[in-house]
Structures are given as structure tokens and as C-alpha cells.
Design a protein around this ligand. Structure first.
Ligand code: GN1
Ligand code: MG
Length: 371
């Protein structure tokens, strides 16, 4: 479904002659294809071509304005710091009409950027050190965007991380019970009800000003930071669709939700799904090595809470989608969203049971970088 054909490929200013295409299956929203071209001198050049999900991102041209603005800002900073702008940020390729994407006859929106090579998008942390480096990558990204004019950003998904809203959408889906699946998931529903109070913590902090509004990535799962295949260092933060004003706690919490899991987000066997505190520590250390100096007390003090809150939010979204008939996230099996919500619940339970020690760890690490 939705494979790009030559009428799509020919719309972009690619270098060289088209050779081959491979599908990348990791994202849950957009569809991504890796294209290989051959230049006149025989060298290969690769691109990512994406079909943007316009049910989720309803204004793709405005979305691309955000991304073009942000990547230009990043590029300038990377050059000023002596880095490699072709590797450390995404480089989008215009269509032949000069715009950064185009809508085809069927209403699909396509965009493309240079493929970053010699990197890995990890779906799971399988060795020490890697997650600390991811923390440095996302923390550094936060710093690079600290002076980005947020007024220029179009809100690609309004209320994206409004966890309270997400909670009420779940309650609504339970009531409508469109697929007749609510009875089967009573336990999960009760779990989220019992943990409802977490949902408002970040929103309250934003409202009273103790948590500042910053420019944030908002989708910081591990596979959205490309890691160098040889050195394991973070190279490039990708998936820039949800860059919007938000709380840095969203970025921290979502990264922990995904990367401090001993298994993948959709592991059906809960016996092997655990929250790994050492991973939490590693990521916190990397992240705070970049941002400790600029964070407020409320931000530092809520890092561990944020891990629980973002895991709640995502679990709530998976369960809502399950009840609504799997209309939002890509699924490969009927229970896919249910398996996903269950891993999130397992993570929350284990984080909650050691919240005091996680808070103590955060404090220790923050003090180290603030000394
Ligand atoms: C989606 O696009 P992708 O796969 O990086 C989702 C995130 C969820 C994530 C869960 C726009 O991210 O919010 O946390 O799935 N993106 C959107 O894996 O809804
Ligand atoms: Mg995404």
C-alpha cells in the first residue's frame, strides 16, 4: 500500500539515476522508503522518501515550513560549531516546483531528504553506554533549539501532549465502545483510572509558570535519534514532525518510556518487559550533562514523574486506538495496540515502585552537573 511509483520519484530533484527502493517499517505514523541512486561517477547516493500521514498531519505544507525553518537553524549552528551539517541534521530535497514536498493525485503528501548513512536507529538498548549517548543527543538538540523563535512554529498537532485530554479521550472511547472491546480491557482501564492524577502534573506546572514552555521535539523515542554504527554516539535527531512549543519533560519522559524498557514497546510476552533503572540513570546522566544548567527546579524535580506521565499518555493512546478500531497507529496484528498498552502499564508499575530512588538519583546527577 502507498508505494511510491516513478510519478512520485520524478517529482524530486534527485541526483543520479534511480536504482532501487527498500521499505523501512519502523515508524507508526508515516511510511518511509529508502531510495538508492547512482551518480555519473558510479557512486551511490541514498535518500529517504516519506509519505506523510495526512490524517494525522492535516497541514503538510505548514508542517514542512516548520521543518525547513528548524533544519536551517540547526544547520547554521552545526556549521558554527565545526560539525558536519550533512550528517548531524536532516537535509530536505525540494520537489521540481521548489516546494519541500508535493501532494499526488490520490491526496498523499510526499517529502524527501538525504539518507544519513553509517548510523543505526535502535529499537532497543542492548548494551551499556548507548542510552547515555542518546541522552546527550536529545539534550544537545534541546540546547540547539533553545533560541529558536517559537512564534514561527505552526502547531502540527494541537494538544499533542495534553495528557488530561488524552485521558478523557480514553474515557470517551470506553463509553462509546465502538468495537465492543471494552470488557476485555477492564483491568487496563481501571489501571489508568487509578493513576489519573499523574496526568495533570506537567500541565499544572506549565500553567503556574514553574515549568517553562520551550521548543521541544515531542517524539523522542530511541529510534528517532540516529546513532553512529561504529562509535555509538548520537549523530542526528530525526522525525521532526512534532517540533512544537512544549515542556522539556515531554522529551525526557518519552525517551525513558521507550529506551528504559528491557524489551520493545510492543513485546507481547510481559515476562520479559521490565523497567531498567540503570538505563534511566544513564539517560538522565547524558541528558542532564547538556541541560542541567538551564533547567528550573520544577523541571529537575519532575523528571522521574515525567517518565511515568509520558508512559501513561502513550499507553492511554494505544488503548484508545485499540477501542476505536486501530485507526491511528500502524498495526501488524489485531492485538498490537493492546500489547503496546500492556508494556506501558508494566513500565509504569515498576517505575512507580521505585520512584523515591529515581528521584534521589536525578537529584544526585543534577547536583553533579550544577556544581
Ligand atoms: C508515533 O511516528 P513515530 O512512530 O515516531 C507517535 C508518537 C508515539 C509513538 C509510539 C505523531 O511515533 O507520539 O509516542 O508512535 N507519533 C505521532 O511508538 O502520533
Ligand atoms: Mg513520529
Amino acid at each position: 500500500m502507498f508505494e511510491p511509483d516513478s510519478t512520485v520519484i520524478n517529482k524530486f530533484r534527485y541526483e543520479g539515476t534511480y536504482k532501487s527502493m527498500e521499505k523501512n517499517t519502523s515508524g507508526l505514523i508515516n511510511n518511509t522508503f529508502i531510495l538508492t541512486f547512482e551518480k555519473d561517477n558510479g557512486e551511490e547516493i541514498m535518500y529517504s522518501l516519506q509519505r506523510v500521514n495526512t490524517k494525522v498531519f492535516t497541514k503538510p505544507y505548514q508542517l514542512m515550513d516548520n521543518i525547513v525553518g528548524v533544519t536551517k537553524h540547526l544547520r547554521d549552528k552545526i556549521i558554527a560549531a565545526g560539525g558536519d551539517p550533512d550528517r548531524e541534521t536532516l537535509n530536505f530535497i525540494p520537489a521540481i516546483n521548489g516546494k519541500y514536498g508535493f501532494e499526488d493525485r490520490d491526496g498523499s503528501f510526499w517529502r524527501t531528504y538525504r539518507y544519513v548513512d553509517k548510523v543505526i536507529a535502535h529499537n532497543k538498548i542492548d548494551r551499556p553506554g548507548l542510552f547515555r549517548n542518546a541522552g546527550v543527543g536529545f539534550g544537545h538538540f534541546q540546547n540547539l533549539l533553545a533560541d529558536y523563535p517559537s512564534v514561527e512554529l505552526f502547531e502540527t498537532i494541537p494538544s499533542f501532549h495534553n495528557t488530561v485530554n488524552r485521558y478523557y479521550k480514553l474515557m470517551d472511547a470506553v463509553q462509546k465502545n465502538f468495537m465492543g472491546r471494552a470488557d476485555e480491557v477492564r483491568e487496563e482501564i481501571e489501571f489508568y483510572k487509578a493513576h489519573k492524577d499523574y496526568c495533570k502534573i506537567i500541565l499544572d506546572g506549565l500553567a503556574d509558570g514553574s515549568i517553562p514552555l520551550r521548543v521541544t521535539h515531542n517524539d523522542t523515542k530511541l529510534n528517532n535519534v540516529l546513532m553512529d554504527a561504529e562509535t555509538d554516539k548520537a549523530v542526528c535527531v530525526i522525525d521532526l514532525d512534532t517540533i512544537m512549543p512544549g515542556s522539556a519533560l515531554y522529551d525526557f519522559g518519552d525517551a525513558i518510556r521507550f529506551g528504559a524498557n528491557s524489551a520493545t514497546e510492543d513485546e507481547p510476552n510481559l515476562d520479559i518487559v521490565h523497567f531498567v533503572p540503570e538505563r534511566f540513570e544513564e539517560f538522565t546522566d547524558g541528558f542532564l550533562s547538556e541541560v542541567a544548567g538551564t533547567f528550573t527546579e520544577a523541571e529537575i524535580g519532575n523528571l522521574a514523574n515525567a517518565a511515568i506521565i509520558m508512559t501513561m499518555e502513550c499507553g492511554i493512546r494505544f488503548l484508545t486506538d485499540y477501542l476505536e478500531g486501530d485507526v491511528y497507529f500502524h498495526i501488524d496484528r489485531p492485538s498490537h495496540n493492546l500489547d503496546r498498552t500492556r508494556t506501558q502499564i508494566r513500565m509504569i508499575q515498576e517505575m512507580e515502585s521505585q520512584l523515591d530512588s529515581l528521584n534521589a538519583k536525578v537529584k544526585e546527577i543534577a547536583d553533579k552537573y550544577r556544581a
